[in-house]
Design a binder for this molecule. Sequence first.
Ligand code: MOS
Length: 762
Amino acid sequence: MGSVGKRILRTDGEEKTLGKTQFIADYQPRGCLWAKVLLSEEPHAEILNIDTSAAKKVEGVHAVLTSKDIPGTNINPLIKQDQPFLAEGKIMHPGQALAVVAAETREAAIEAVRLIKVDTKPLKASLTIEESLSSDAPRLHEDDNKPASYRIRKGDVSAGFKKAEVIVEGEYSTGYQEHAYLETQGMVAEPEEGGRMLVRGSMQCPFYVLPAVSQILGLPLSRVRVVQAVTGGAFGGKEDVPSLVAGWTALAAYKTGRPVKLILNREEDFKSMSKRHPSKVKLKLGAGKDGVLTSCKAEIYLDAGGYATLSPVVLWRSTVHALGPYKCPNVHVDSCAVATNKSPAGAFRGFGSPQVIFATESLLDELAEKLNMDPAELRMKNALEPGSETSTGHILDSAVHLKETLQTAMNNSDWEAKRKKYPEKVGTSKRGIGISSIMYGVGLGAGGKHLDRSGAFVQILQDGSAQVAVGTTEMGQGMKTVLIQIAADALGLPPEKVSLLPIDTSRVPDSGPTVASRATVMSGNAIIDAASKIRKNLLNSAAGMLNCTPEDLDVQDGWILMDNEKKYSVVDALKQLFLERRHPAAQGWFKAPETSFNESGIGDAYFTYSFMTDIAEVEVDLLTGQVDPVRITCAVDIGKAVNPMGVEGQIEGGLLQGVGYALTEEILTGPTACINNPDFTTYIIPTAMDHPEVHSTVVESYWDAGPYGAKGLGELPLMGIAPALTNAIYNAVGVRIRELPAKPERIFAELKKKTPSPGNSE
Ligand code: MOS
C-alpha cells in the first residue's frame, strides 16, 4: 500500500491544463504600479551621468530610480558579492540594468524609460574567453579575469599516459543556451503593515530572493516575506536572477509606497537574464588495448560574463563531473571561469556538467574507434560500480547502478544489431546510433554544503487531512506531487488528504535553493522527520484506545492497523489525540550527509550520484545536413522512483531541451555582444513536432539515505543528450561535431569537405 512508487496524476495538472492557474502576471493588487527597467546596450563603459529629469516629467510616472536611490546595499548577495542591482559607475555587459521606472500605466513606464539619458565613456571590451585571458585584455575585476578556478590531482597522469597504449585528444566548445521558460521573469512587491515588504513572483529560490530584497532595501530579513507564485518553468534560469527582478520591484515599491509589478517581456528577459555558460574544454584520455582507462587530463574554461554570479559553483560541478561516471586511477583537471563583457552566465539544468559531458562522451567514442571496440562495451568496462572510486576519490557504496542503465538501454534500443546494421541509407538520409552515459552529483555537494539543509512544517487537522509547507519550490518539475506522496506515506494518509501550501519564507527556515535535483531528497527527508513526530503522537493516542503499545501499531492510507487489521480510522484516532491535547503539528529538518573536497580536488564531493544512459538514433540528411532525432532510448538510476509517471514526464521534457542544445539553439550576438535573436522566431527551440520517439526505463535502485530510497532526477534527462546525438551523427555520416549546436550548416560544411558532392555519397 502507500502512494510512493505509484503513477499518480500531478496534483497541479488539472488547473494548469484548464488555464485556471494564476501566474504572477495575472496578479493585480489594488493600486499597483507598472515597472520597467532600462537595460544597457553597451558591453563595457564608464557611466558619466544618468539624467532622469525628462523621464520624471512623464504623466503618471511615480519614480525613476538609479543606483543612487538604493537605501541599502547595491549588491546581489551571491557568492562573490560582485553584481550590483543597478549599474553603479560602470557597465559590465549588454543587458545590464541601469534604472527602474514605476508608473500608473505600462505606456507611461515605456515612455519614461525611453527618455532617460545615459552618458557613457566606452571602455575596451573583452568578448571571448581567449580575449579575456590574453595579456593585453582589460582587467574586468580585481582577480585577473578568473573569478574562480579549481583543480583535481589524483594519481600521476604522466605515468598514466606512459602506460597507455592508445591516447586520444580533443577540443570541444559550446555556446550559450537560453532557458526559454514559457513564463518570463516577473515579480510583484507590496509594502505590508509593520514596515514589511512582501515580494511575490516567479522563482526557484525564495531564500535567495529574501536576502536580496533585505539587502537592497536595508531591511532586516525578518521584515521581508517572499512568496513563490506558481512558476511557469525555470530550468536554473530562475535561480539567481529573480533576486535582481525582485530587488528592482521592491525598490520601486519601497520608494513609492505602492504595490509594484514588473513583468519582463521576452526580449528584455533574453537580454538581461542568465544563460548556460559557453565553454571550451580540452581533453586527453589514455587507455590500454583492453579499453581500461589509465589517464585523464582536462582543461575547462567557462565564459562567466560580466559578473561572477553563480560561476564558482557551476564551475565546481564541471570540475567534479569532467571524467563522467568512469573509473580512472590518474586524473588531472584544471578549470577556470573567465570574466567577459557579456551576459552573466548562471544555472541551467545540468549546471556546468553538459559542457564537460559533451567533451568526455565524444572523446570516449573516438577512443572506442581507435581501439576498434564497441563504444558501449568501452563504457561498460570503465563504468563506476559499487566499491569503485570517482575522479575525486569518492568510494561509492549505496545505489550505483550505472551498468544496469547501460545494459537496459542497450537491450531496449537493440543496440548491438543496430551497430552492425548502421550506417544505413534511408532516402537522402543516413541513419546512425550513438550512446552516452552520465552521472550527476545530487544536491549542492561540498561546493555548497553549508546551504544543503531543508525544513518542513507539517500539521494534521481534525478531519484527517494534512497541510505541508516546505522551502523548496515547484517550477513545473513535479515536486509538489512527489512531496505529497512522500508526506502521505510518512503520515499514513491517502495522498488526496495532503495539501502542499504555497512556498513562503515565513513558514519554514531557510531551506537553501531549489536546484541541483535536490528537492525530493531534501524536502522529502524533512517531511519524513516532521511526519514521524506527528505519527508518534497519533499512535500513542491510538495505543491508549487499544490497550497496546504504539510499537504494535501502524498507520496507512488513513487507517490505524494492528497486525495488518484496520482498527480505527485516522479521524477517530485524531479525536482522541485532540482530546488528549497532543501536538498535531511538527517542524522537520534534514541536513545533507557530509561531503568534502580538498585543495587537490579529492573528497566525497556529493552525498550521492544518479546515473543515466542515453542511446540516440538519428537520420542525417545528406543534402541539407539536417538532423532528425528519430528515437531516444534511455535508462536511469535515480534510486526509488517516487512517481514513475512524473519521471517519464521529466525525461521527455528534459531530453527535448537536450535536443535543442545539441542541434538548434544558438544565441547570435553582434560586435558589441548584444543579443540579436531575443525571440522564439530566431532562437530555435524544439517543439512537440520535433520530439523523438522516447523509450525510458527506471532501473531498480534504492538509496539508503533517501526518502523511501529516492535520489534525484531533474537535471539528468538533458545532460547526456548532446553527445549521444553527435555520436549518432558520426555513426551515420562520419562527421565528428566538436562544437555545439550541430546545426545543418556545420554538418553540411563537414559533409562537403568529405566529398565534393555529398548528395551522391554512400
Ligand atoms: Mo539548477 S541548474 O541546479 O537551478
